[in-house]
Design a protein around this ligand. Structure first.
Ligand SMILES: [Zn+2]
Ligand SMILES: [Zn+2]
Length: 373
C-alpha cells in the first residue's frame, strides 16, 4: 500500500522512506540486520546496522571488516526522517526487532523471536520485549496449533535424566543442535554436575561470543582434552552435521539425541534416526505467537517465513488486517540445518483454533522453513 513503512522488494523487506532493507537476501547498500543467523545476515551488503550484542557473531561470520554500525537496545537514530530503534527479540544473542516510526506510523519487524505459552524466557539473551505498533511483521516458523512448548525446565530435566542414565551406563551422550543459539541454551540449562561437557569446534566460537557478552555458561572441553573414562560420562554438544561422521564415531556406542522444535513431530524424530528427540526451540510456539501479536496492539499484521497462510487466516478471524510477505529466509544454506525429510506432514491440527479447509491449505502453506530453530 502507498505509504507503507516496509514493502517487499526482490532484494528483501524495504523501507522506502528511509531507503534501507531489513535482513535482505540479496546484496544492498544499507541493511538493518535483526540477528546473525545465516539466512538473516548475509554477506555483501555495503553498510550494516545491528544491535551491539550481535557485533561479535556478525563480524566472525561476515568478516571483521564489514562496515557495521551498532545500536544499544532502545537507542534511537534518525535516518532520512525515519526514527529507528532495536528491541530484544529473545531468539539468540543480539537478536532484535526493528521499530520504525515515520509520518505518525509505527511498524515493527520482528525477525525471529522467542515467546512461549509457558511464559518461559530465553535465559541466554535479553527476553522478547513487546513493542506497541500499528503494523507488526511476524515470523511464523512454528505457526501451527500443534506447536506448544512445554516449560523449558522440564525439557532440561529430561536431558539431565538422559545424560545421567548414559553416564551411569558408561556411554557418552551426543546431543545435536544448531551451533548458534541452541547449543548455548542447552549449556545454560543442563546440570554440569552430572559430568564433563564437550563441545564441537563449530560451537566453541559462539560460546566465546556469549561469554564475552556476559552470559554465564558452564566450563566446556574439547574432545581431545579428555581421556576415555571422562568421555564415557560426557555430554557432547555438536551441530547436526556431525551425525554419522568420523568425529561422532569416536564416542563409540554413545546415545544420540537431537534438540529442536521440529522434534515435536514424531516423523521428524524417526527420520533423524536418533535415540532421543528433545523439543527445544528458539522460536515462538503457537500460543507465544498469538500473545506476542496481541501485545503489540497492532491492527495490521504481516506474516513471513513459516506457516503464512494459516497464520493470516487465523489473524483475519480475529478481526485483524493480515497478509503475508514472501521471504527467502528459508533458503537452503550451508549453515542452516533443515530436518531430514522436508516432506514431513505434521499431524493435522485438532484444536478449535485450527483452520479448516478453504484457503488455509495445510499442504501448500506448510514448509520446513529455516532450521536454526
Ligand atoms: Zn534465526
Ligand atoms: Zn528466521
Amino acid at each position: 500500500m502507498n505509504g507503507d513503512l516496509i514493502v517487499q522488494r526482490p532484494e528483501g523487506l524495504y523501507c522506502p522512506a528511509g531507503d534501507f532493507y531489513i535482513d535482505p537476501w540479496r546484496p544492498v547498500a544499507r541493511a538493518v540486520i535483526t540477528h546473525a543467523h545465516g539466512d538473516h545476515a548475509r554477506m555483501g551488503n555495503g553498510h550494516y546496522l545491528a544491535s551491539q550484542k550481535s557485533e561479535g557473531v556478525l563480524r566472525s561470520r561476515l568478516g571483521a571488516d564489514i562496515q557495521l554500525q551498532t545500536l544499544a537496545y532502545g537507542e534511537t537514530i534518525d535516518h532520512h526522517g525515519v526514527r529507528l530503534s532495536l528491541h530484544p527479540a529473545g531468539h539468540v544473542l543480539g537478536s532484535a526487532q526493528v521499530r520504525l516510526e515515520h509520518g505518525g506510523q509505527v511498524w515493527v519487524a520482528s525477525g525471529d523471536y522467542f515467546v512461549s505459552g509457558a511464559e518461559d524466557h530465553n535465559t541466554t539473551c535479553e527476553p522478547f520485549e513487546p513493542v506497541r505498533c500499528h503494523c507488526f511483521i511476524t515470523e511464523s516458523t512454528f505457526g501451527l496449533p500443534i506447536y506448544r512448548w512445554q516449560p523449558q525446565r522440564e525439557v532440561f530435566d529430561d536431558i539431565d535424566r538422559w545424560w545421567q542414565r548414559n553416564a551411569d551406563a558408561g556411554r557418552a551422550s551426543l546431543l545435536m543442535g544448531y551451533s548458534f543459539g541452541k547449543a548455548q541454551r542447552i549449556l545454560a540449562g543442563v546440570d554440569p554436575a552430572i559430568g564433563p561437557i564437550v563441545t564441537h569446534g563449530a560451537v566453541d566460537p559462539l560460546n566465546e561470543a556469549y561469554r564475552a557478552a556476559g552470559v554465564a555458561l558452564p566450563a566446556t572441553h574439547r574432545v581431545t582434552d579428555l581421556d576415555k573414562a571422562a568421555l564415557s560420562r560426557a555430554l557432547v554438544i555438536a551441530p547436526p552435521s556431525v551425525q554419522g561422521s568420523a568425529w561422532a564415531r569416536r564416542f563409540g556406542d554413545a546415545s544420540d539425541a537431537f534438540a529442536s522444535g521440529w522434534m515435536q513431530l514424531r516423523g521428524a524424530r524417526r527420520r533423524r534416526a536418533v535415540d532421543r528427540g528433545f523439543v527445544l526451540s528458539d522460536h515462538a510456539d503457537w500460543p507465544g505467537l498469538q500473545r506476542a501479536i496481541r501485545e503489540t496492539g497492532a491492527e495490521r499484521v504481516i506474516v513471513t517465513h513459516g506457516y503464512e497462510a494459516i497464520m493470516v487466516r487465523w489473524l483475519q478471524e480475529q478481526g485483524l488486517q493480515a497478509e503475508a510477505f514472501e521471504t527467502e529466509y528459508d533458503d537452503e544454506r550451508a549453515d542452516v540445518e533443515k530436518p531430514a525429510g522436508g516432506d514431513e506432514t505434521p499431524e493435522p491440527p485438532s484444536t478449535a483454533a485450527a483452520p479448516q479447509g478453504g484457503s488455509g491449505n495445510l499442504g501448500a502453506a506448510r514448509r520446513f522453513p529455516e532450521s536454526n530453530e
